[in-house]
Write a protein that binds this ligand. Structure first.
Ligand code: AMP
Length: 395
């Protein structure tokens, strides 16, 4: 038995789970928010109980020290050495870090060299790794990349039809994200199908505030909807997903804004929020649409159509699919949205069972017994996937 910590560091936050491995049981979880600001919030959840403290935390290293001291105070660990490995979610590994790895000096240098591919995420992820290295110098730090699972995509899937030297000189290509989730969910789906991962084709719909679809053929990602950045693909809470790229120049002229500002609109003011003018939160849109709000329904329909388009295209690309799976906040919880999507795929012989679909946050088959493709809800668990890789690489 080993205690492994799974960490997700943001610019001012640090989320963690302590897991007992290989049993994959959660020991405790928590989050430190507002790091580097006044009145930081430190929350630990233990046996369903929430312990919260408000205190100034100057930086991530202070947060890590405080967190570990707290675990000792709470008798969760007797000493820091009891933690046998720390796994970090890192958003972008680019072409250079294509699978989970123990982070040493060389890996730090590579991560620093690719920060500009994902400045909002990789920078903070790296700060998190360095903070743990400082406080736990003897314990191995492992990086688990959101992009890694998609490294198996064939050239024809990841290549954009742009001048080739953009790819060669500037690493412009599709990378894909949410890989840890797509991998966890597709592995679990194979188990539910009673097959080995290499014996089945699965289409994973990770639909949360961020959303992406993945074609998993015989256990490997062969295409996914997010691209060079998480902006590509289906509409999300605040992201537009695919638009005509010429729109950027047109809107720059109309609004007298820079390319950066227009891209910001596409990332932060579009999707559910942009179309509905109401909210980026799916719950608000589902509620409003039930009350007859046209634009709330339209925002849901625009997304559902595009998701169905991707599923159909991946079905063709993989020459069939054994299962379509829903995961993440909306995929796991929003039954009407799942029904909206699956109804559009009737022509593939897939059929949802409304009664089975009437569920939230549980693992379940939601298609009819006659459906040609099985449809499941599988709650995602990126932390378990991170802990599995961390255990493997540290033991
Ligand atoms: P995530 O990014 O995976 O945490 O997902 C966040 C999204 O899940 C938000 O849009 C939430 O509104 C949505 N969500 C969570 N619970 C529900 C629910 N019961 N019904 C509809 N959407 C939900």
């Amino acid at each position: 038995m080993a205690k492994i910590m799974a960490v997700n560091a943001g610019s001012s936050s640090l989320k963690f789970q302590l897991l007992d491995m290989p049993s994959e049981t959660l020991i405790t979880s928590g989050i430190v928010e507002r790091i580097g600001m006044k009145d930081s919030v430190f929350t630990v959840k233990l046996n369903g109980q929430k312990i919260e403290e408000i205190i100034d935390i100057d930086n991530h290293a202070v947060a890590v020290k405080m967190l570990l001291d707290k675990l000792i105070d709470l008798n969760i660990i007797a000493s820091f050495e009891e933690i046998e490995g720390v796994g970090h979610r890192v958003v972008h590994g680019a072409d250079k870090l294509t699978k989970s790895c123990v982070v040493g000096e060389e890996e730090i240098a590579i991560l620093e060299s690719i920060i500009d591919l994902a400045p909002l995420h990789n920078g903070p992820n790296l700060v998190g790794i360095k903070a743990f290295q400082e406080i736990l110098p003897k314990i191995k730090q492992v990086a688990v990349f959101d992009t890694a699972f998609h490294h198996t995509m064939p050239e024809e899937s990841f290549m954009y039809a742009v001048p080739y030297d953009w790819y060669e000189r500037y690493q412009v290509r599709k990378y894909g994200f949410h890989g840890t989730s797509h991998q966890f969910v597709s592995l679990r789906t194979a188990e539910l199908l009673g097959k080995k991962p290499e014996e089945c084709n699965v289409i994973v719909c990770h639909i949360g505030n961020g959303a992406s679809i993945c074609a998993v053929k015989k256990g490997e990602s062969v295409d996914t909807s997010m691209g060079f950045t998480p902006l590509e693909g289906i509409p999300m809470g605040t992201r537009s997903g695919n638009v005509d790229p010429a729109l950027v120049e047109y809107m720059m002229a109309k609004k007298n804004k820079s390319a950066k500002e227009i891209t910001n609109y596409l990332n932060k003011q579009s999707g559910y929020l942009g179309v509905s003018g109401l909210s980026s939160d799916s719950r608000d849109l589902v509620d409003a649409s039930l009350k007859g709000n046209h634009r709330a329904q339209l925002a849901i329909d625009v997304q559902a159509k595009r998701i169905a388009d991707y599923i159909a295209s991946y079905y063709v690309y993989m020459e069939g699919a054994d299962a379509i799976v829903f995961t993440a906040g909306i995929g796991e919880n929003a039954a009407p949205t799942r029904e909206n999507i699956i109804k559009r795929l009737k022509v593939l012989g897939v059929e949802i069972d409304p009664e089975r679909n009437n569920c939230r946050g549980v693992e379940r088959l939601i298609s009819t017994d006659d459906s040609k493709i099985k449809v499941f809800v599988v709650p995602t668990n990126e932390e378990v996937m991170i802990a599995r890789d961390t255990l493997r690489l540290t033991h």
